[in-house]
Design a protein around this ligand. Structure first.
Ligand code: FAD
Length: 422
């Protein structure tokens, strides 16, 4: 008679234990292979994204070849993310480079430009107090020559004598449209309206009053010259019935006027500023109908503070002086919309320089405001070139607009101090 078979060594418990071990090993293998697959996927994705970002190149169009447009063009070619760059200006080369004004680059703009490879040793100009002074045309010519040199790495096309219009845009084959348009067409440009960007400006007071003057003396030299600043000026207007001296001692009267003389000896410019106040003198200079008062103030101030080696203004040269008739409130206007997305065409537009923000007063320092805006252009181009989808582009545009607002805000708080009061 068959009795019960003896259990194999270990019995049922051992079989169950083996099965559980097998199951555990299987689970472990599955988890491990899943982990490896996920890790592989992540590594592959990161490397593919990296490769795609590394390879991403876009086409950029810069409208306007003023100092800001050309610097923006240099930022674009240096970003490593631009395959094709087109730079336009409605003016031909001679008209573009013959503008008489001088520009003054402050230490921050100098360091920004050094970072872009600008070699100040190879540019006609002069240094004073860590500021670099050069003619606007010299600066533009230098930037044009650098862009020329970049042609081996990036396809650079400079089209002078070409106006940006709706027809210009329509002539570009649709698949060749730029991904980024930088509008830097100055304070009188209308390219934003061609692109459908709102013409609304926010106008803000800088809490100061100012006046400008300019004089052209054709017999004088056109070489870069440092600026001259004078502070705490009071004018004797007693001849006009304003008792300035008594007011001068009044503690309520603010710190007087600040004067700046700048430009070359041939094209001299002057800026006169005082913090907003309601003193008798300020009120008088703001409302007087007698334009010869401002002219006299500029005349006397120039002769008092000019360099020793340049001639005084006399009655003949004074005749050529143009100046504000009276003090006016200094205001900064900046675009409400300084960045936009043209949806169907997948084009991001940013507005820079005086096309984005402009003062109604010339401080002789205007270029620096434009340079501040450009500080975020490199990042913007990088983000747009490597954007995965429309959301990324919109985020890049929003950050750009935020920066533009911040530039205006900072100028309102410290701009006049840096350019005039200090
Ligand atoms: C009298 C005067 C004196 C100044 N003195 C000083 C100074 O001493 N120091 C200083 O730092 N700054 C000075 N400035 C300010 C300085 O000139 C500006 O800050 C600077 O030029 C602004 O540069 P931008 O490139 O934004 O514009 P802009 O220099 O005006 O350049 C805009 C360019 O866009 C082009 N353009 C316009 N519309 C179109 C279009 N539809 N298609 C193609 N191109 C177009 C124009 O032809 C122009 O070349 C002075 C300005 C003036 C007027």
């Amino acid at each position: 008679m068959d009795g019960l078979q003896p259990e194999p060594a270990g019995g049922v418990g051992e079989v169950a234990g083996n099965a559980e071990e097998k199951y555990r090993a299987l689970a472990y293998d599955t988890a491990l292979s899943t982990l490896v697959a996920v890790a592989l996927y992540v590594v592959l994705k990161v490397s593919l994204d990296g490769f795609r970002q590394w390879r991403a190149r876009i086409s950029v169009l810069v409208v306007g070849s003023g100092p800001v447009g050309l610097t923006a063009a240099l930022v674009a070619v240096r970003s490593g993310k631009v395959l094709k760059l087109t730079v336009l200006d409605q003016r031909y080369r001679t008209a573009l480079l013959c503008r008489p004004q001088q520009i003054a680059l402050d230490p921050r703009s100098v360091s920004f430009l050094l970072g872009l490879g600008v070699d100040f040793d190879n540019m006609e100009g002069c240094w004073h107090n860590e500021h670099f002074f050069t003619r606007i045309g010299v600066f533009q010519e230098y930037l044009l020559s650098i862009l020329e040199q970049k042609k081996q790495k990036v396809e650079v096309k400079v089209q002078l004598g070409t106006k940006f219009t709706e027809e210009y845009l329509q002539r570009i084959p649709h698949k060749e449209w730029p991904r980024v348009i930088v509008v830097a067409d100055g304070s009188c440009g209308d390219s934003c309206s061609v692109l459908g960007i709102s013409p609304d400006y926010i106008v803000e007071s800088c809490h100061a009053y100012g006046a400008n003057a300019s004089i052209e003396r054709l017999d004088q030299r056109q070489v870069p010259t440092p600026e001259i600043r004078a502070h705490s000026l009071y004018f004797d207007l007693s001849a006009y019935g304003v008792e300035a001296l008594r007011e001068h001692r009044n503690t309520a009267a603010k710190s007087g006027f600040h004067l700046k003389i700048y430009g070359t000896f041939r094209n001299r410019y002057m800026a006169l500023v005082c913090p907003a106040s309601d003193t008798k003198m300020v009120r008088y200079l703001r409302h007087t109908a007698n334009s010869s008062i401002m002219k006299n103030i500029f005349h006397e101030s120039f002769n008092a503070y000019k360099t020793d080696i340049e001639p005084r203004l006399n009655d003949v040269t004074l005749h050529h002086m143009q100046c504000s008739r009276r003090l006016f409130e200094i205001q900064l206007s900046h675009r409400r919309i300084s960045a936009a997305y043209i949806e169907g065409d997948n084009v991001a537009v940013i507005v820079e320089g005086e096309a984005a923000r402009v003062l109604n007063f010339d401080t002789g320092f205007g270029i620096n405001l434009g340079m501040r805006g450009l500080e975020s252009v490199g990042t913007f181009i990088y983000r747009t070139a490597t954007a995965v989808d429309q959301n990324d582009v919109l985020e890049a545009l929003s950050a750009k607009m935020q920066h533009s607002k911040q530039v205006a805000e900072v100028f309102k708080q410290t701009g006049l101090t840096e350019s005039m009061y200090e």
